[in-house]
Design a protein around this ligand. Sequence first.
Ligand code: FAD
Ligand code: MLT
Ligand code: ZN
Length: 466
Amino acid sequence: MTMPDWLASLHNQLGPAGLLTNPANVEPYAIDWRRLFPGKPLAVARPANTGEVSAIVKLCHAHGVAIVPQGGNTGMAGGAVPDASGGELVLSLSRMNTIRSIDPVGMTLEAEAGVILKTAQDAAAHVGRLLPISLAAEGSAMIGGIVSTNAGGLNVLRYGMTRALVLGLEVVLADGTVVNGLRHLRKDNAGYDWKQLFIGSEGTLGITTAAVLRLLPQPKDSVTALLSVPNPQAALDLLACLQNTLGDSITACELMAGFSLDLVEKHFSFSRPIADGEWFVLIEAASTLSGLREAAETALGDALEQGFALDGTVAESGRQATELWQWRERITESEAKEGKSVKHDVSVPIPQIPAFLVAADEALARLQPGTRVNCFGHLGDGNLHYNVLITDHHPDAVNAVVHDVVQRFGGSISAEHGIGQYRVAELARRRAPEEQALARRIKMALDPDDLMNPGKVLPRHLQDVS
Ligand code: FAD
Ligand code: MLT
Ligand code: ZN
């Protein structure tokens, strides 16, 4: 098939490494991590710098071609893949992988969008600093994707979502204009903080080409413990009890159902570090000061005495801590190996978690008794992944049942993964009309032709919506 002239000229400009058109080469960019949304790219552009991103976007703007930005393609909501029309250009940031600077005194790191999160974490650690964003996909997810999804992950309890760590951004707008806001400032109230619009916008408002992230001092000491708890209420009591003693040194508090551990054991054949149980909590505390281990061991002993935990194991070395974390970090892969699932990424007010779980289980049992649920997540953030292993029901029916309960509890249908294409209909169904109208006004102001990742976050053809 012959290339349109504009694409041929782009090919000349970017070279063979910069524009992929061969079906075998574009195939890895065509489908999402969960393999739920197969698409068909027109081509895959792989710019090497911000100037090239701008040139690609200008050309697409002139020819009315939609662009789908893609980072590590680990997103859980199908946001980074094109539709099946064969008309959308995937713009992969993977070649823009330079860490432009690290400043251990000002505690900032400036990275291009294609830098892999783990590479950025390691670079910060190398100068004694911490980049605290951490998730099981950190070996593949890229800074641009992390920023564009406002990723959460395992350390939100202490350090907040990605948004809390972004100091500056460079973006390319829908018409190709480059806006450089790469300021390394802690305080900057000069005008609108426009970067906040792009953080978490999932590529629907423009393309993030680089970011300045905030670093922290590297903790000297950390304690990781896996505990079994009688029920989710006890897990919350355990967290509160430990927070009373250890304060904000607690960096992570993850809840896992016994079934989640069963899945990891089945698919990875790890040997269990703790007796079987109904619910587990993986907790980590870290400090730049000494004395954490003694304080943590005393606090854990108190929690066991008060019955908040039934049993527990504390990692004695970095290697053991990593092994305990494997039980948490391998859950998603184990679930995928087990088969299809209907995922949920919900949040409710933290004290409501136990009641939410009872209500969700009851509602699901009414839809289909005996359904298996892989429930785990970020307890300390009120964020649960209440994933329903495949049932006879259409996924939309399962989503509706669970999200109805979420709504009753004043929760969110997407705590950290975003909307992508997976949750567009659910968001449109549940958001107040005024909030939806405001979102459309923002989108129309920045992308009036609906060329930036159309059909993600918001329904397509906004021009037609009054
Ligand atoms: P992609 O998947 O490539 O893209 C995600 C979205 O951002 C898409 O809409 C895409 O169009 C847009 N985008 C990507 N790059 C850019 C850019 N430069 N400019 C504009 N838009 C862009 N997420 C969590 O929040 N917490 C977790 O704990 C977590 N754990 C995970 C564990 C596993 C095993 C896996 C597979 C995923 C997990 N995720 C988690 C989801 C995922 O890793 C995050 O959403 C991550 O931020 C996506 O980064 P990415 O580079 O892969 O982005
Ligand atoms: C996690 O917390 O591990 C992720 O958000 C991934 C998932 O939901 O499967
Ligand atoms: Zn998560």
